[in-house]
Design a protein around this ligand. Structure first.
Ligand SMILES: [Zn+2]
Length: 174
């Protein structure tokens, strides 16, 4: 194939990304991110490994630290999503965004949010390190949405995929 043509197409591609810097969602919770935000996607490739190392090194303290970092990151993500009138709308968009960032589909029920997998839990599983909840960062992100809508409760992980084979990562407000 002519290399020059590939390069031209690549330029066009990034030009197009620049033009479409909006966050667009649909009723299935799918979100497309364009422009600089596209870079966020890269976080999925290194973030989970870093989180595993942190948690191994600092154990419970790391859980708190990861939760707080997740909350801060969640606030940044909320800035991308923009102001939403209701908690449900914000949460829906956040869950769509998280799917884009490498998390699984998620299901919201009255009192809980369920992910069939998370990058952190996957990283633990790949190292065969079970028996602990690992998704503190995700708890923090979800809690940022709650806080943003004036709720004085946080999301905590009730069961984690990394804790026991067959588990989903389930978050409840406490
Ligand atoms: Zn988990």
């Amino acid at each position: 194939m002519d290399e020059r043509i590939i390069v031209e197409k690549k330029d066009e591609y990034f030009e197009k990304l620049d033009e479409e810097e909006d966050l667009a969602g649909d009723e299935n919770g799918n979100v497309m991110l364009m422009g600089e935000r596209f870079n966020i996607m890269a976080s999925k490739y290194f973030m989970s490994e870093i989180l595993v190392i942190l948690q191994d090194s600092y154990e419970e303290k790391a859980g708190e630290m990861l939760f707080e970092s997740g909350k801060m990151y969640g606030k940044d993500l909320l800035d991308l999503i923009g102001e939403e009138k209701s908690f449900d709308e914000s949460l829906g968009k956040m869950l769509g965004l998280l799917k884009f960032l490498g998390y699984s589909d998620s299901y919201v029920e009255m009192e809980s949010i369920t992910f069939s997998s998370s990058p952190t839990a996957e990283a633990y599983k790949s190292k065969k390190m079970f028996s602990t909840k690992t998704c503190h960062f995700l708890s923090g992100i979800l809690s940022a949405v709650a806080e943003n809508h004036g709720k004085d409760k946080n999301f905590k992980e009730q069961t984690c995929q990394a804790e026991e084979e067959g588990n989903d990562c389930v978050f409840v407000m406490v």
